[in-house]
Structures are given as structure tokens and as C-alpha cells.
Design a protein around this ligand. Structure first.
Ligand SMILES: [Zn+2]
Length: 319
């Protein structure tokens, strides 16, 4: 296990211990505390730049996460959401609106992610396995203390899939999300519906059909969840393919220029939405952070006000 993998594992273990201690006392652990624990423990192995002047004033603090490796980079804007379990019903309150706010947290996340060319993502804090009543996970669930269930304590879900009405129990939550510490696990072939397969460029087809590594495995873990949900929708596939709107495949643009136009039930071109943040090269501010040569105040002033800081992870590669 690499230092990064180990740090993510320990971040989840410490988050789980705090959740367990709170649950035993009837305390309700908060998203802010769990975010602190996860960020602090991963910071042993990744670059973390908190915007210290800003953090205290914020209620819905979102974090920019960039995953980088030798082949490219994938960027997310991450908002934390805890689950509330009532018998077998799971609730996340994705559309939460603070009393003083003019926009919901969801809208703030989406617009900031779009402005920064990042994928909006929820970090789901699911509590301990006991809190979830050890409901069956889809990953070789074991009775007793299922390891896969425990890993799900901190999970990632593309915000596109965070539909309040449809994400309402263990099965729907697990299907649309991935454990944070498994986000780079090398996926096999993506769940594609046949009408879409015909629309894929050779590069995109190769990306979706074959195992990927590093940042590309992370991008696959997101698009695979989107495609699996899409295959459960009944709407017809849009017939066109976006013809290379970015012109040349320059080194600063997205990795995939030609992607299907299909929108599914979302009314949004979900290939573009999910894959645009996959880049050949990370943006300049990420390079500055990894080089240790940045100005926190200037970085903060370039970001929307809901951003609490930036995390840059050098993704383990296995090939
Ligand atoms: Zn399980």
C-alpha cells in the first residue's frame, strides 16, 4: 500500500472512530468535524492548502480536489453531506438552504464547479456500519463487520446523481457512489447502453472499455456511476455526437474532445460534464501548490467564496 492509500485509509478509520464515539453518546457528529478529520489525516501524504482567512466565516465549505499523476489531472469540487438514517430510510438533504442564504448549497456547489471547470461531487459521510444497520453493500458483502461496508464510511458521489427522491436507502446510495479509498481502484468495462456505444470516438471507447490507472481510473469511477444510472433510465439516447467543440486537442484542454451529446433525464450533456475535468495538464495553481510556490491569499481571491481550500493528491499508479 502506498503512503497516499495508507493516508486515505487512516483518514477513514479516524473519521469512523469519531462517528462511533458520538453515536455511543447520542451526539450528532457534524460534517465540519468529519471534513477536518479526513483532511488533516490525508494531509500527511497530499498537499492541503486551507484558506485560513476564510474558513470560519463559512457554513457550507466546499473543497477543490485535484488528482494528478504523470499522465494528467482530474478536478472535483467537493461538498460534504452526512446521512441521516431512520429505520431503512436514508436522507441527505442535498438541497439544504441556510436561512440567511439566497441560494441552496447545491446551487452554490454547481455554479462554483462550473466556473472552475470541476466536477461537482458530494463526499458522503455515512456513519458507522452499526448506524447503517449493516445493510447489504454491493461489494461482496459479508455478514458481521463487512470490510467493504466499513470502507463506505466516507464515499464520493457525482452531484449529478444526488437526486433527493431516488437516493433514499442503502442500495441507491451504494450504487451511485464509491468509497473514497477505492476511488482509484482499477475498473473493468463501463456499463454502457448499446445505443451509446456506436457514438464513441476510438479514444473514448478505449477509455471506457479497458482498465484504467491513476487519474483516469478516478475519472472512470465517476463516469461509470453516471453511465450505470443512465442505463436505468428509459429516455432514448440523443442521436448526435458533439463535434470537437474545443478545436485542437491542445495540452490545456480536456482529454476527450468528441463526446456523445446524450442528456438522459438530467437535461445535461453528462459526458462533457463528467469528463471535461480530465485534463492532460493540471491548471497553473495546482502546479504552484505541488511546487510549494504559491500565495494563499491570491489563490483564495481567485476562487469563489464557498471554497474553503485546495487539496492536491498525487494518485498512486500501478502500471
Ligand atoms: Zn458490506
Amino acid at each position: 500500500m502506498t503512503a497516499v492509500e495508507n493516508a486515505f485509509r487512516w483518514a477513514r478509520i479516524h473519521a469512523g472512530r469519531h462517528m462511533a464515539a458520538c453515536e455511543q453518546t447520542g451526539l450528532r457528529w457534524s460534517e465540519t468535524t468529519i471534513t477536518e478529520i479526513v483532511t488533516a489525516h490525508t494531509s500527511r501524504a497530499v498537499n492541503v492548502v486551507p484558506f485560513t482567512q476564510r474558513a470560519e466565516a463559512l457554513s457550507g465549505a466546499d473543497w477543490v480536489w485535484w488528482w494528478v499523476d504523470n499522465t494528467g489531472a482530474y478536478g472535483m469540487l467537493v461538498q460534504a453531506k452526512r446521512v441521516t438514517v431512520t429505520r431503512s430510510k436514508w436522507n441527505f438533504d442535498f438541497g439544504y438552504e441556510a436561512r440567511s442564504a439566497t441560494r441552496s448549497q447545491r446551487e452554490v456547489l454547481r455554479s462554483a464547479a462550473a466556473a472552475l471547470d470541476l466536477l461537482p461531487v458530494y463526499a458522503l459521510y455515512l456513519g458507522t456500519g452499526d448506524y447503517r444497520r449493516w445493510e447489504r453493500c454491493p461489494d461482496f458483502h459479508l455478514s458481521g463487520r463487512c470490510t467493504q461496508c466499513v470502507k463506505r464510511t466516507v464515499s464520493l458521489m457525482p452531484a449529478l446523481l444526488a437526486d433527493e427522491l431516488l437516493v433514499s436507502d442503502a442500495a441507491s446510495t451504494y450504487e451511485r457512489s464509491v468509497a473514497l479509498e477505492d476511488v482509484w481502484r482499477r475498473p473493468t468495462s463501463a456499463p454502457l447502453i448499446p445505443a451509446l456505444e456506436k457514438q464513441l470516438s476510438p479514444e473514448l471507447s478505449d477509455f471506457l472499455r479497458n482498465r484504467q490507472d491513476g487519474t483516469r481510473a478516478i475519472a472512470r469511477s465517476m463516469i461509470d456511476r453516471v453511465l450505470r444510472t443512465r442505463s436505468g433510465q428509459f429516455s432514448a439516447v440523443s442521436a448526435t455526437v458533439e463535434s470537437d467543440r474545443y478545436g485542437d486537442h491542445d495540452q490545456l484542454g480536456p482529454v476527450f474532445g468528441d463526446v456523445p451529446d446524450d442528456t438522459g433525464h438530467w437535461g445535461l450533456r453528462y459526458f462533457e460534464h463528467t469528463l471535461n475535468p480530465l485534463r492532460h495538464t493540471p491548471p497553473g495553481y495546482v502546479l504552484e501548490i505541488t511546487a510549494g510556490n504559491f500565495n494563499e491569499d491570491r489563490l483564495a481571491s481567485d476562487m469563489p467564496s464557498n471554497v474553503a481550500g485546495i487539496v492536491v493528491v498525487r494518485v498512486p499508479q500501478h502500471e
